[in-house]
Structures are given as C-alpha cells and as structure tokens.
Design a binder for this molecule. Structure first.
Ligand SMILES: [Zn+2]
Length: 261
C-alpha cells in the first residue's frame, strides 16, 4: 500500500472533537496515512496545531493567520506568531493569503497581513502555505514581489496561473475540489501540473471528495484517507498509476516541508 501525505488538514477543528485521537491513530496505523501537515487560521489554532504535532510524530504544524482573520492582526500578533514559528514541530508558515470571496471590503488589510507573514516566513526560512480565493491579480503581484517558497493550497486558478506559480518555484496543492462534478479548471490543472510539483490535500474537514458526499456512505467531513480516491481520480485523468502518483505526491510534500518520510 502506498503512503499518504496529507499536505493540508485542519484536525484541530471542532468537528473532530469527539473522535480525533481515535481517527488519527487509526488512519496512521491502518490506512497508510504516513504524515499530515496541520495549517492554522489564527493564533489560537496555530497553538492547537503545535499541540497536535507535539502529541503525534506523524503530524507537523504550520502557524499563521488566514485572510478571513486578517482584521485581528496587530504588532502583538506578529510577535506571538514569530515565537510560534520558532517551535520545533512547526515546518511551515500559514495558512496565509488573500480571500476576496469571503470579504472584499478589507483588501488593504488582507494584503498587509499577508505581506507581514511572507516576510516572517522568509526570515524563518520556512515554506508558506498560501490561500488564494478570487484574489488572483493581487496575489500574483505579491508572489512576484516577495518570491516565497511554498505551496498554493487548494489551487483554484487556471492553467496559465498554475504555470506562473510553477515558474515562481511553488508547489500546487490539489484535493477534493478536483473531483466535483462541475470542476473544469481544477481538472485541467490536475492534468497539467508536473508530477514533481504536485501535492495532495484534503483541507479537512472541508472539500469532501465526490463519492463520500453521497449515499450510501455519507460523510460530513473529509478525512486524510480519502486522498487515496483523489489520487485515483487524478491518475486516471493523467493516464498514470495511482500508486505512483500517491508516492510521488508524498515525497513532494516531504521535500516541500523538509521532513523525513
Ligand atoms: Zn485550509
């Protein structure tokens, strides 16, 4: 059985409250989930990610402020985040970025908070976990300026934007949204991304891959083992072996986050 590296999953989420430990241990011991990167949304979840990573040796943490929380940013936030990024189990900064879908009225704040975190990531020599939703113009201006290393998580742009991200040296993260019935651009991107720059993710608990959304087995949250289906789906699009895709994506994620697999 090939190995799964879930490059983006929020296991501190409330929806895992009842069975988090049981689920994580089972996926690791029985379902081939070799490693998980847990990215944060704010200072509180950053600390929670570090806690999970300190508890489980197969979980790694990222610390950061998601654009949905950009308004909470102060000088104190920057200082606390800087300290969290120095923690041993923290292998990336994020998630961070721009989200003009959720909010369009605080663009300047979002850009300022993203810029501050890109600078922190560079200072700490950590890869950035980047969220870009309906903000491509400003996003790529900033990426061209700051030149971070990292990953465009849950990539939602066109093939042209994927080419630009790849030219900037970034990895492309794909997950459940590729399998949606109305997915067009993600499918084109999934066919296009060079195999050595693709990482797989659930964005758990969100973005449940298609077959698990519907009866008879209905899931209300995505879980890392579901990446096996995403790999099969993408492998079929690319006419390649799903096991090879899974293995390569896991090795890519280990290289991206600089962890041993
Ligand atoms: Zn996320």
């Amino acid at each position: 059985m090939s190995l799964i590296f879930d490059s983006h999953a929020h296991y501190y989420s409330q929806v895992f409250e009842e069975d988090r430990d049981e689920l994580l241990v089972r996926m690791h011991e029985q379902d081939g989930v070799k490693a998980i990167l847990c990215p944060a949304e704010n200072l509180c979840s950053s600390a929670a990610c570090v806690g999970l990573a300190e508890k489980y040796d197969f979980i790694y943490a990222a610390a950061g402020v998601h654009p949905n929380y950009a308004d909470i940013w102060t000088d104190d936030t920057a200082e606390s985040l800087s300290a969290l990024l120095d923690r041993e189990r923290v292998v990336a900064a994020g998630e961070m970025g721009l989200d003009y879908y959720r909010r369009d009225d605080n663009r300047e704040t979002q850009k300022r908070v993203f810029a501050a975190q890109l600078e922190l990531a560079a200072e700490k020599k950590l890869p950035a976990v980047i969220h870009d939703r309906e903000a491509h113009g400003d996003m790529y201006d900033m990426l061209r300026y700051y030149r971070p290393e990292g990953v465009m998580h849950c990539f939602s742009g066109s093939v042209e934007l994927a080419r630009e991200a790849l030219n900037l040296g970034l990895y492309i993260g794909l997950g459940g949204s590729v399998t949606a019935l109305n997915a067009v651009k993600p499918v084109e991107v999934a066919k296009y991304v060079p195999l050595d720059r693709l990482v797989l993710e659930t964005d758990a608990p969100y973005l449940i891959p298609r077959p698990y959304r519907t009866a008879p087995e209905k899931y209300k949250r995505s879980e890392s083992w579901m990446i096996r289906y995403v790999a099969e789906f993408i492998a079929e699009l690319r006419n390649t072996d799903p096991e090879l895709l899974l293995d390569t994506a896991a090795r890519n994620a280990a290289r991206l986050y600089r962890v041993e697999l």
